[in-house]
Design a protein around this ligand. Structure first.
Ligand code: SF4
Ligand code: SF4
Length: 373
Protein backbone atom coordinates (compact mmCIF):
# COMPACT_ATOMS: atom_id res chain seq x y z
CA UNK A 1 0.00 0.00 0.00
CA UNK A 2 0.98 3.64 0.02
CA UNK A 3 4.32 3.97 1.72
CA UNK A 4 3.48 6.12 4.72
CA UNK A 5 3.76 5.31 8.42
CA UNK A 6 0.30 6.59 9.43
CA UNK A 7 -2.33 3.86 9.80
CA UNK A 8 -4.59 3.58 6.77
CA UNK A 9 -8.33 4.17 7.03
CA UNK A 10 -11.01 2.93 4.70
CA UNK A 11 -13.37 5.42 3.05
CA UNK A 12 -16.42 3.59 1.66
CA UNK A 13 -17.55 4.75 -1.80
CA UNK A 14 -20.73 6.32 -0.45
CA UNK A 15 -18.70 8.43 2.00
CA UNK A 16 -16.62 10.19 -0.65
CA UNK A 17 -19.06 13.16 -0.56
CA UNK A 18 -18.23 13.55 3.15
CA UNK A 19 -14.57 14.11 2.35
CA UNK A 20 -15.50 16.94 -0.01
CA UNK A 21 -18.02 18.43 2.43
CA UNK A 22 -15.48 18.36 5.23
CA UNK A 23 -12.85 20.13 3.12
CA UNK A 24 -15.41 22.73 2.08
CA UNK A 25 -16.39 23.31 5.72
CA UNK A 26 -12.71 23.87 6.46
CA UNK A 27 -12.76 26.68 3.91
CA UNK A 28 -11.27 24.90 0.89
CA UNK A 29 -12.46 25.41 -2.64
CA UNK A 30 -12.44 21.83 -3.95
CA UNK A 31 -11.15 21.27 -7.47
CA UNK A 32 -11.20 17.90 -9.09
CA UNK A 33 -11.13 16.05 -12.38
CA UNK A 34 -14.19 16.66 -14.52
CA UNK A 35 -14.82 16.07 -18.22
CA UNK A 36 -14.81 19.21 -20.36
CA UNK A 37 -14.42 19.55 -24.15
CA UNK A 38 -13.45 15.89 -24.44
CA UNK A 39 -10.68 15.92 -21.82
CA UNK A 40 -10.46 15.55 -18.07
CA UNK A 41 -9.50 18.86 -16.47
CA UNK A 42 -9.46 20.27 -12.95
CA UNK A 43 -12.70 22.13 -12.27
CA UNK A 44 -14.44 23.44 -9.13
CA UNK A 45 -16.53 20.68 -7.53
CA UNK A 46 -19.76 21.07 -5.65
CA UNK A 47 -20.29 17.37 -4.98
CA UNK A 48 -18.53 14.11 -5.75
CA UNK A 49 -21.01 13.56 -8.59
CA UNK A 50 -19.15 16.31 -10.50
CA UNK A 51 -16.11 14.01 -10.69
CA UNK A 52 -15.11 12.20 -13.89
CA UNK A 53 -16.57 8.88 -12.73
CA UNK A 54 -16.88 5.99 -15.18
CA UNK A 55 -14.36 7.39 -17.63
CA UNK A 56 -10.99 6.33 -18.89
CA UNK A 57 -8.57 8.35 -20.99
CA UNK A 58 -7.17 6.49 -23.97
CA UNK A 59 -3.79 8.02 -24.77
CA UNK A 60 -1.24 7.41 -27.52
CA UNK A 61 1.22 9.63 -29.41
CA UNK A 62 -0.81 12.62 -30.61
CA UNK A 63 -4.00 11.02 -29.32
CA UNK A 64 -6.31 11.54 -26.30
CA UNK A 65 -9.90 10.24 -26.17
CA UNK A 66 -12.28 9.70 -23.28
CA UNK A 67 -13.78 6.23 -23.14
CA UNK A 68 -16.18 4.40 -20.85
CA UNK A 69 -14.92 2.57 -17.75
CA UNK A 70 -17.06 -0.53 -17.30
CA UNK A 71 -16.18 -0.69 -13.58
CA UNK A 72 -17.57 2.83 -13.06
CA UNK A 73 -14.58 3.90 -10.98
CA UNK A 74 -13.92 7.50 -9.99
CA UNK A 75 -10.25 7.55 -10.94
CA UNK A 76 -9.81 5.00 -13.73
CA UNK A 77 -8.45 7.64 -16.12
CA UNK A 78 -4.69 8.27 -15.96
CA UNK A 79 -4.51 12.05 -16.15
CA UNK A 80 -5.61 14.94 -18.28
CA UNK A 81 -3.53 17.70 -19.84
CA UNK A 82 -3.29 19.69 -16.61
CA UNK A 83 -1.05 18.88 -13.70
CA UNK A 84 -0.74 20.95 -10.52
CA UNK A 85 1.41 23.54 -12.32
CA UNK A 86 -1.32 26.08 -13.25
CA UNK A 87 -2.40 26.18 -9.59
CA UNK A 88 1.03 27.31 -8.36
CA UNK A 89 2.75 28.90 -11.36
CA UNK A 90 0.04 30.94 -13.05
CA UNK A 91 0.04 30.91 -16.87
CA UNK A 92 -0.23 34.71 -16.87
CA UNK A 93 0.07 37.17 -14.02
CA UNK A 94 1.35 40.58 -13.01
CA UNK A 95 4.27 40.33 -10.61
CA UNK A 96 4.91 43.99 -9.91
CA UNK A 97 3.54 47.42 -10.72
CA UNK A 98 5.11 50.86 -10.84
CA UNK A 99 3.16 54.11 -10.38
CA UNK A 100 4.30 57.73 -10.49
CA UNK A 101 3.31 59.46 -7.25
CA UNK A 102 2.19 63.11 -6.87
CA UNK A 103 5.82 64.23 -6.51
CA UNK A 104 6.64 62.52 -9.80
CA UNK A 105 8.64 59.74 -8.13
CA UNK A 106 8.20 56.19 -9.38
CA UNK A 107 6.90 53.84 -6.69
CA UNK A 108 7.34 50.10 -7.20
CA UNK A 109 5.19 47.52 -5.43
CA UNK A 110 4.79 43.77 -5.78
CA UNK A 111 1.47 42.44 -7.08
CA UNK A 112 0.46 39.47 -4.97
CA UNK A 113 -2.25 36.95 -5.82
CA UNK A 114 -5.03 36.36 -3.32
CA UNK A 115 -5.79 32.69 -3.93
CA UNK A 116 -8.44 30.86 -1.95
CA UNK A 117 -7.53 27.79 0.06
CA UNK A 118 -7.68 25.08 -2.59
CA UNK A 119 -8.05 21.32 -2.22
CA UNK A 120 -6.97 19.50 -5.38
CA UNK A 121 -8.63 16.10 -5.59
CA UNK A 122 -7.15 13.33 -7.71
CA UNK A 123 -3.55 14.42 -8.22
CA UNK A 124 -1.20 11.67 -9.39
CA UNK A 125 2.18 10.47 -8.18
CA UNK A 126 3.87 12.00 -11.24
CA UNK A 127 2.16 15.33 -10.49
CA UNK A 128 3.51 15.28 -6.93
CA UNK A 129 7.01 14.50 -8.17
CA UNK A 130 6.70 17.40 -10.63
CA UNK A 131 5.51 19.70 -7.86
CA UNK A 132 8.59 18.81 -5.80
CA UNK A 133 10.72 19.83 -8.79
CA UNK A 134 8.83 23.08 -9.21
CA UNK A 135 9.28 23.75 -5.48
CA UNK A 136 13.02 23.21 -5.89
CA UNK A 137 13.03 25.89 -8.58
CA UNK A 138 10.56 28.46 -7.26
CA UNK A 139 11.23 28.13 -3.53
CA UNK A 140 15.00 27.77 -3.57
CA UNK A 141 16.83 29.51 -0.77
CA UNK A 142 17.44 33.17 -1.45
CA UNK A 143 15.31 33.13 -4.65
CA UNK A 144 11.87 32.40 -3.25
CA UNK A 145 9.16 33.36 -5.72
CA UNK A 146 6.49 35.14 -3.64
CA UNK A 147 3.56 34.56 -6.00
CA UNK A 148 4.32 30.84 -6.30
CA UNK A 149 4.84 30.55 -2.53
CA UNK A 150 1.53 32.25 -1.80
CA UNK A 151 -0.42 29.75 -3.92
CA UNK A 152 1.61 26.76 -2.85
CA UNK A 153 1.01 27.36 0.86
CA UNK A 154 -2.75 27.31 0.35
CA UNK A 155 -2.98 23.91 -1.36
CA UNK A 156 -4.35 20.74 0.18
CA UNK A 157 -3.45 17.77 -2.01
CA UNK A 158 -5.57 14.63 -2.24
CA UNK A 159 -3.58 12.16 -4.31
CA UNK A 160 -4.87 8.98 -5.93
CA UNK A 161 -2.98 5.89 -6.92
CA UNK A 162 -3.01 5.24 -10.68
CA UNK A 163 -4.58 1.84 -11.23
CA UNK A 164 -5.07 2.25 -14.98
CA UNK A 165 -2.04 4.00 -16.50
CA UNK A 166 -2.28 5.35 -20.02
CA UNK A 167 -0.25 3.75 -22.79
CA UNK A 168 1.91 6.90 -22.77
CA UNK A 169 2.83 6.65 -19.06
CA UNK A 170 6.34 5.65 -18.00
CA UNK A 171 6.49 6.90 -14.40
CA UNK A 172 7.71 3.49 -13.19
CA UNK A 173 10.95 3.95 -15.13
CA UNK A 174 11.58 7.45 -13.75
CA UNK A 175 10.79 6.23 -10.23
CA UNK A 176 7.88 8.66 -9.79
CA UNK A 177 4.77 6.46 -9.79
CA UNK A 178 2.24 5.02 -10.13
CA UNK A 179 1.65 4.94 -6.33
CA UNK A 180 2.03 8.25 -4.47
CA UNK A 181 4.65 7.97 -1.74
CA UNK A 182 5.27 11.58 -0.65
CA UNK A 183 4.13 15.15 -1.05
CA UNK A 184 0.41 14.67 -0.44
CA UNK A 185 -1.89 15.55 2.44
CA UNK A 186 -4.14 12.56 1.81
CA UNK A 187 -3.69 9.67 -0.60
CA UNK A 188 -6.42 7.34 -1.83
CA UNK A 189 -6.17 3.96 -3.50
CA UNK A 190 -9.49 3.13 -5.15
CA UNK A 191 -10.85 -0.39 -4.69
CA UNK A 192 -14.23 -1.68 -5.83
CA UNK A 193 -15.90 -0.86 -2.51
CA UNK A 194 -14.07 2.32 -1.51
CA UNK A 195 -10.71 3.91 -0.85
CA UNK A 196 -7.75 2.87 1.24
CA UNK A 197 -6.82 6.27 2.65
CA UNK A 198 -3.61 7.47 4.29
CA UNK A 199 -2.44 10.84 5.56
CA UNK A 200 0.85 12.35 4.49
CA UNK A 201 0.82 15.54 6.58
CA UNK A 202 -0.58 16.90 9.83
CA UNK A 203 -3.34 18.65 7.87
CA UNK A 204 -4.20 15.36 6.18
CA UNK A 205 -4.11 13.44 9.46
CA UNK A 206 -6.57 15.95 10.98
CA UNK A 207 -8.97 15.43 8.05
CA UNK A 208 -8.61 11.67 8.36
CA UNK A 209 -9.41 11.81 12.08
CA UNK A 210 -12.44 14.03 11.43
CA UNK A 211 -13.76 11.47 8.92
CA UNK A 212 -13.66 8.87 11.68
CA UNK A 213 -12.94 5.99 9.32
CA UNK A 214 -12.60 2.34 10.15
CA UNK A 215 -9.08 1.04 9.71
CA UNK A 216 -8.36 -0.48 6.31
CA UNK A 217 -8.09 -4.25 6.56
CA UNK A 218 -4.88 -6.11 5.78
CA UNK A 219 -6.64 -7.52 2.70
CA UNK A 220 -7.61 -4.07 1.42
CA UNK A 221 -4.08 -2.76 1.95
CA UNK A 222 -2.64 -5.74 0.12
CA UNK A 223 -5.08 -5.30 -2.79
CA UNK A 224 -4.05 -1.65 -3.09
CA UNK A 225 -0.38 -2.62 -3.03
CA UNK A 226 -0.87 -5.21 -5.76
CA UNK A 227 -2.87 -2.72 -7.80
CA UNK A 228 0.11 -0.34 -7.74
CA UNK A 229 2.50 -3.10 -8.74
CA UNK A 230 0.29 -4.13 -11.64
CA UNK A 231 -0.04 -0.53 -12.81
CA UNK A 232 3.76 -0.30 -12.92
CA UNK A 233 4.11 -3.68 -14.64
CA UNK A 234 1.75 -2.85 -17.53
CA UNK A 235 3.67 0.29 -18.55
CA UNK A 236 5.32 -0.42 -21.87
CA UNK A 237 7.24 2.81 -22.35
CA UNK A 238 10.39 3.62 -20.41
CA UNK A 239 13.56 5.65 -20.38
CA UNK A 240 16.83 3.71 -20.63
CA UNK A 241 18.04 5.07 -17.28
CA UNK A 242 17.30 7.66 -14.62
CA UNK A 243 20.47 9.65 -15.34
CA UNK A 244 20.94 10.25 -19.06
CA UNK A 245 23.22 13.23 -18.65
CA UNK A 246 26.36 11.81 -20.19
CA UNK A 247 24.52 9.71 -22.77
CA UNK A 248 22.78 12.78 -24.21
CA UNK A 249 25.53 15.36 -23.79
CA UNK A 250 27.91 13.14 -25.73
CA UNK A 251 25.46 13.04 -28.64
CA UNK A 252 24.86 16.72 -29.30
CA UNK A 253 25.70 16.28 -32.99
CA UNK A 254 23.72 13.06 -33.49
CA UNK A 255 21.76 12.99 -36.80
CA UNK A 256 18.59 12.08 -34.89
CA UNK A 257 18.24 15.74 -33.88
CA UNK A 258 17.73 16.57 -37.57
CA UNK A 259 15.16 13.80 -37.97
CA UNK A 260 13.06 14.92 -35.04
CA UNK A 261 13.37 18.57 -36.11
CA UNK A 262 11.87 17.65 -39.50
CA UNK A 263 8.73 16.42 -37.69
CA UNK A 264 8.51 18.96 -34.86
CA UNK A 265 6.23 21.97 -35.44
CA UNK A 266 7.83 24.01 -32.61
CA UNK A 267 4.29 24.56 -31.33
CA UNK A 268 5.28 24.35 -27.64
CA UNK A 269 2.39 22.04 -26.67
CA UNK A 270 4.83 19.68 -24.98
CA UNK A 271 6.18 22.42 -22.72
CA UNK A 272 2.70 23.75 -21.89
CA UNK A 273 1.47 20.36 -20.66
CA UNK A 274 4.75 19.34 -19.03
CA UNK A 275 4.30 19.59 -15.26
CA UNK A 276 7.95 20.47 -14.65
CA UNK A 277 8.64 23.10 -17.35
CA UNK A 278 8.98 26.52 -15.77
CA UNK A 279 10.23 28.82 -18.55
CA UNK A 280 8.48 32.15 -18.72
CA UNK A 281 8.73 35.49 -20.48
CA UNK A 282 8.49 38.86 -18.74
CA UNK A 283 6.93 41.91 -20.36
CA UNK A 284 6.26 45.46 -19.26
CA UNK A 285 2.80 46.79 -20.02
CA UNK A 286 2.88 50.59 -19.67
CA UNK A 287 -0.32 52.63 -19.36
CA UNK A 288 -0.94 55.10 -22.17
CA UNK A 289 -0.64 58.12 -19.83
CA UNK A 290 2.92 57.14 -18.94
CA UNK A 291 2.22 57.21 -15.19
CA UNK A 292 2.13 53.50 -14.46
CA UNK A 293 3.28 50.17 -15.80
CA UNK A 294 2.63 46.52 -14.99
CA UNK A 295 5.31 43.86 -15.17
CA UNK A 296 3.77 40.63 -16.47
CA UNK A 297 5.00 37.07 -16.41
CA UNK A 298 3.63 34.58 -18.96
CA UNK A 299 4.45 30.93 -19.54
CA UNK A 300 6.92 30.64 -22.37
CA UNK A 301 8.44 27.75 -24.28
CA UNK A 302 11.98 27.00 -25.38
CA UNK A 303 10.38 26.00 -28.70
CA UNK A 304 9.37 29.61 -29.39
CA UNK A 305 11.54 31.67 -31.71
CA UNK A 306 11.89 34.56 -29.28
CA UNK A 307 12.97 32.39 -26.34
CA UNK A 308 16.51 32.06 -27.68
CA UNK A 309 16.90 35.74 -28.57
CA UNK A 310 19.86 37.19 -26.68
CA UNK A 311 21.46 40.59 -27.18
CA UNK A 312 20.80 41.01 -30.87
CA UNK A 313 20.86 37.45 -32.18
CA UNK A 314 19.06 34.16 -31.73
CA UNK A 315 21.12 31.42 -30.11
CA UNK A 316 18.60 28.75 -31.16
CA UNK A 317 17.38 29.86 -34.55
CA UNK A 318 16.35 26.42 -35.85
CA UNK A 319 13.98 23.74 -34.55
CA UNK A 320 16.81 21.22 -34.24
CA UNK A 321 18.56 23.33 -31.63
CA UNK A 322 15.29 24.05 -29.78
CA UNK A 323 14.25 20.41 -29.55
CA UNK A 324 17.79 19.52 -28.46
CA UNK A 325 17.73 22.28 -25.84
CA UNK A 326 14.43 20.99 -24.46
CA UNK A 327 15.43 17.34 -24.28
CA UNK A 328 18.96 17.89 -23.01
CA UNK A 329 17.81 20.34 -20.36
CA UNK A 330 14.99 18.05 -19.24
CA UNK A 331 17.01 14.83 -19.12
CA UNK A 332 20.65 15.93 -18.86
CA UNK A 333 21.56 19.34 -17.43
CA UNK A 334 18.61 19.25 -15.04
CA UNK A 335 20.80 16.82 -13.05
CA UNK A 336 23.37 19.61 -12.58
CA UNK A 337 20.70 22.03 -11.40
CA UNK A 338 18.44 19.85 -9.30
CA UNK A 339 20.21 16.54 -8.72
CA UNK A 340 17.75 14.55 -10.84
CA UNK A 341 16.16 14.55 -14.26
CA UNK A 342 13.28 16.89 -15.05
CA UNK A 343 10.97 14.20 -16.42
CA UNK A 344 8.49 12.43 -14.15
CA UNK A 345 7.22 10.03 -16.81
CA UNK A 346 3.70 11.43 -17.13
CA UNK A 347 3.72 11.07 -20.93
CA UNK A 348 1.68 14.24 -21.46
CA UNK A 349 4.17 15.58 -24.00
CA UNK A 350 3.62 12.41 -26.05
CA UNK A 351 -0.19 12.47 -26.03
CA UNK A 352 -0.51 16.22 -26.62
CA UNK A 353 2.12 16.55 -29.35
CA UNK A 354 0.09 17.19 -32.52
CA UNK A 355 2.51 15.11 -34.60
CA UNK A 356 2.95 12.38 -31.97
CA UNK A 357 6.64 12.85 -31.18
CA UNK A 358 7.46 10.39 -28.41
CA UNK A 359 10.27 11.43 -26.10
CA UNK A 360 10.96 7.81 -25.07
CA UNK A 361 11.36 6.84 -28.72
CA UNK A 362 13.67 9.80 -29.39
CA UNK A 363 15.83 9.00 -26.37
CA UNK A 364 16.02 5.33 -27.36
CA UNK A 365 17.11 6.27 -30.89
CA UNK A 366 19.66 8.77 -29.62
CA UNK A 367 21.23 6.50 -27.04
CA UNK A 368 21.06 3.15 -28.84
CA UNK A 369 23.51 4.06 -31.56
CA UNK A 370 27.13 5.15 -31.51
CA UNK A 371 27.98 8.81 -31.13
CA UNK A 372 28.38 10.42 -34.54
CA UNK A 373 30.31 13.69 -34.80
S1 SF4 B 1 8.95 15.62 -20.41
FE1 SF4 B 1 6.96 14.75 -21.05
S2 SF4 B 1 6.75 12.83 -19.90
FE2 SF4 B 1 8.38 14.03 -18.90
S3 SF4 B 1 7.35 15.19 -17.28
FE3 SF4 B 1 7.36 16.52 -19.08
S4 SF4 B 1 5.40 16.10 -20.13
FE4 SF4 B 1 5.75 14.43 -18.65
S1 SF4 C 1 7.68 18.06 -29.89
FE1 SF4 C 1 5.52 18.09 -30.56
S2 SF4 C 1 4.45 19.32 -28.98
FE2 SF4 C 1 6.65 19.73 -28.75
S3 SF4 C 1 7.01 21.57 -30.00
FE3 SF4 C 1 7.43 19.79 -31.33
S4 SF4 C 1 5.47 19.39 -32.40
FE4 SF4 C 1 5.00 20.74 -30.65
Amino acid sequence: MLAHPDPAGFLPLDQLPELLSLLMRQGYQCLGPAPEHGAIVMRPLQTSSDLARGLQAEQAPGHYRLTHDSDNRYFAWAHGPQAIKPHTFAPQESVWQVDRDLAGVLQFRPVMPEPPLQALIGVRACDLAALALQDAHFLREGRRDPQYAQRRERLFLVAVQCAVPAATCFCASTGDGPTPTAGYDLALAELAEGFVTVAGSEKGAAVLRALNLSPATAGQIETARQQGEQAAAVQTRSLPGQNLRDALMSRLEHPRWDEVAARCLACGNCTAVCPTCFCHAETDVPALDGDSSRHERNWDSCFGESHGYLHGFNVRSDIRSRYRQWLTHKLATWHDQFGRGGCVGCGRCIAWCPVGIDLTEEVAALTASEVKP
